[in-house]
Write a protein that binds this ligand. Structure first.
Ligand SMILES: Cc1cc2nc3c(=O)[nH]c(=O)nc-3n(C[C@H](O)[C@H](O)[C@H](O)COP(=O)(O)OP(=O)(O)OC[C@H]3O[C@@H](n4cnc5c(N)ncnc54)[C@H](O)[C@@H]3O)c2cc1C
Length: 450
């Protein structure tokens, strides 16, 4: 049903310099913070010729939630959390964070079925990037558990979109990076979580072959691996695999959404992320990883280990960081090997890398396809980085893979067509829903999506 609402109230407005989590390429925009659906309608209607884009908690790494010279809608005030119904469904405001949801839901035995590596993302951001977690191979991505979206269309209508009511609009919005409308609320199917604890197993693995075999063969619900990108050629792909299942009984590992967070010290020395120091740090981490260790862990430490350090992105200094995350089909592990060799041989420091298995995906611009995904963090100003990543992009595209737009800040626009074959369908939905291109972001302009 389409309800045209009155554009009445002007929400809070400020001029701000915005960047993503990577802290690169900040741009200035007029930021409006609507308090409800009506104010969101008003804010969208008031946007000028540079258009509008919604923003959640700014945890995408690049420029997806920026709009230079235009309007950005800070959606975090729309954070209402409804009751859980008997079937485990809940309707939540798009600005509600996963942290807030966990705090409300764990005590009553539920949790969001898909959680990315940080709990500081909003439901709107999770829909727009169709985020995946450590269980994608088992449970799919965030939007696979969304039964309905309340969407403010660029034309000013508020519509409830389901896979049945408008399959194309739903599939374009799931992973559509905010370019099909502003999500006001979402109805989710929750996962039962009786104990707020995870039975985890940590295993050190000496090379890529054994890492892939373990990730492929182990039936664990959650799996993820840390990869040492600095390992010598004979040990390429060594690291630590972490597996997890919901614990049967609460053995003391508690939900950590409220756990203390260590601040990142100010004024860290600039050489901290030099290639030799990163190599030493990674080697030490590998040596300290347990051969095999089982433990009951809280939801926080298991799902969001980086959240324990507040503003850890500042470790990369004023130049910021780039995360390159790609996925390739299951038979193309050769691209993983290529990436490991090229990164290790490039001299570009790569302090953190994470490998996961993904199942199939559904959204037109959503990232997941069945296969292997590798996410590597780099200092944004590292010498040789641009060439290295362009080369990786070419390999990934040739293998039928793609780069994750929620992490991207530098990809060449021409890569998009080969990486995202549903781009034409996505553009057709955009042409229908937003013929005047009112929804625009820096990412959309950079990649020629709008
Ligand atoms: C430490 C860390 C770990 C991460 N781990 C993972 C992971 O494991 N898996 C994964 O998939 N991602 C991961 N991410 C990425 C993150 O989950 C996504 O970028 C997510 O979109 C961020 O949500 P946000 O609320 O911060 O949105 P923002 O970054 O503010 O915006 C992201 C996109 O969502 C759109 N958007 C936001 N709100 C709305 C709305 N109400 N309506 C329409 N569009 C909207 C924006 O326009 C933008 O295109 C990680 C990020 C960090 C920093």
């Amino acid at each position: 049903m389409a309800l045209r609402q009155q554009a009445a109230v002007a929400p809070d407005t400020t001029e701000r310099l915005l960047s993503g989590w990577g802290r690169t390429a900040a741009t200035r925009a007029t930021v409006r913070r609507p308090r409800d659906g009506e104010e969101t309608v008003a804010a969208l209607a008031a946007a000028g010729h540079r258009g509008t884009i919604a923003r959640g908690l700014g945890r995408s790494y690049g420029d997806a939630a920026q709009n230079a010279g235009g309007t950005v809608l800070d959606m975090t005030a729309l954070d209402a959390v409804g009751p859980v119904d008997a079937g485990g469904e809940i309707t939540v405001g798009a600005g509600a964070s996963l942290a807030g949801l966990l705090t409300a839901l764990l005590p009553v035995g539920w949790m969001p079925p898909v959680m990315p590596g940080t709990r500081f993302v909003t439901v709107g951001g999770a829909v727009a990037a169709d985020v995946h977690g450590k269980n994608h191979h088992r449970d799919g991505s965030f939007c696979d558990h969304v039964t309905s979206l309340r969407l403010l269309t660029p034309g000013g209508d508020v519509v409830d979109v389901t896979r049945e009511s408008d399959p194309d609009l739903f599939a374009a919005t799931a992973g559509g990076m905010g370019l099909t409308g502003v999500v006001l609320a979402a109805t989710l199917r929750l996962a039962p979580m009786p104990t707020a604890a995870i039975r985890a197993e940590h295993r050190r693995v000496p090379d890529l072959d054994r890492m892939l075999a373990l990730l492929e063969e182990d039936p664990a619900r959650y799996s993820v691996a840390w990869v040492d990108m600095t390992a010598p050629a004979r040990a390429r792909g060594r690291g630590e695999v972490i597996l997890g299942e919901h614990a049967d009984a609460d053995a003391g590992g508690h939900a950590a959404p409220g756990a203390p967070r260590i601040p990142t010290p100010r004024g860290l020395p600039s050489g901290l992320l030099s290639a030799p120091l990163v190599r030493l740090g990674c080697a030490a981490r590998y040596r300290m990883a347990p051969g095999r260790r089982s433990a009951v862990e809280g939801v926080g430490p298991f799902f969001f280990p980086l959240d324990g350090i507040r503003d850890w992105n500042r470790v990369y200094g004023p130049g910021g960081l780039v995360q390159h995350q790609f996925v390739v089909p299951p038979g193309r592990a050769d691209v993983l090997r290529f990436a490991l060799d090229r990164v290790a041989g490039s001299g570009v420091p790569a302090p953190l890398a994470v490998l996961k298995r993904l199942g199939a995906g559904r959204g037109m611009l959503a990232f997941p396809i069945e296969g292997w995904t590798l996410a590597v963090d780099f200092p944004a100003r590292a010498h040789g980085l641009a060439r290295l990543l362009d080369e990786l992009d070419d390999r990934v595209a040739e293998a039928g893979g793609r780069v994750y737009l929620a992490k991207d800040s530098r990809m060449r626009p021409e890569m998009l067509t080969s990486m995202y074959p549903d781009l034409t369908r996505f553009s057709a939905v955009r042409a229908r829903i937003d013929p005047g291109a009112r929804l625009r972001s820096d990412l959309a302009r950079r990649l020629e999506l709008a």
